[in-house]
Design a protein around this ligand. Sequence first.
Ligand code: SAM
Length: 276
Amino acid sequence: MNPRLPPGLYIVATPIGNLSDLSQRAAATLAGCDVIAVEDTRVTAKLLAHIGAKRPMLPYHDHNADRVRPDLIARMRTEAVALVSDAGTPLISDPGYKLVRDARAAGVPVTTIPGASAAMAALTLAGLPTDRFLFLGFLPSKGGARASAIAEVAAIRATLVLYESGPRLGAALKALAEGLGPREAAVAREITKKFEETVTGTLAELADRYADAPPKGEIVIVVAPPGAPEAPAEADIEAALREAMTRLTPSRAAAEVAERLGVPRRQVYEKALALK
Ligand code: SAM
C-alpha cells in the first residue's frame, strides 16, 4: 500500500517507449495519488498495470481541458492529483500548462517528477551543439505557414529541435533545407524503442533520403545552428570604402563600412588611410 500523498498537483513524466524508464518516484506518485488526469485512459491503464497499481483516471485533453480544469483545481485542495500525458513529459507539446498556471493562481502546491522527454533524448543522440537550443514543437502542416515559421527562426544562433510525424518528415526536411540552407541535422526515430535509429546528414541529404520513403514511428528532427557568418572579402571592404570616401572623411567612411560589414573599425580605418 503506497502512502497517501499530500494534496496538490503532481506533474509526472512517463517513458517515451521503454517502460523501464519510469522512475521509482514517478511510479510511487502514480500509485499514491488520489486521481490521475490522463490524455488517454487506455494508454495510462497499461502503465498502471505495469507497476501493479489501480487508481481512478480522469480524461484531460485538448478537447475537454477548459471544461474540467476548474473541478480538477478544486480537487487539488484536498486531494493529490497527478497529471500524465501519453508519453514523456506533460506540458511539452502536450496539455498541462494552463492546469499548472491555475493551480499556482489558486495557491495549490505544484510538484514535478521529471523524466523522459523526446526533445531532450534526441539532443543527446544528435551530436550537435547543446549549449543553446530552441524547441519548436510541431511545425505547421500547411506549406506557407511552415515556411514562415522556419523563416522566423532562420537567424537564431541555436540548435533547433522539432517534433514531426513519419508521413510529413520528407516535406518538413525539404522546407527546412530551403529555409535554413546547408546545415547538419539528425533525424531521431523511435527513441528507446525496438526500432530506434538516428540518421545524420545535411538537411538536403536527409530531405532526399526521406522524400519517397516516409519512415514509421515517432520522430524528432535536430538541426545545427547557422554557421559563423563569412568574413567579407578584402576586395569588398575596399570597394565599400572607396565609395564611402567619395562622400565622407576617412574616419567616418571607416565607421560606416565597419558597421555595415561587421568588421572591426580599426582594421577598416587603417585601410582607409592607406587608400587616401
Ligand atoms: N510530451 C512528449 C515529450 O515529452 O516528449 C511529447 C508529446 S508530442 C504530442 C509527441 C511527439 O513527440 C511525437 O510526434 C514525436 O515527434 C515525439 N516523440 C515522442 N516519443 C518519441 C520517441 N520515442 N522517439 C522519437 N520521437 C518521439
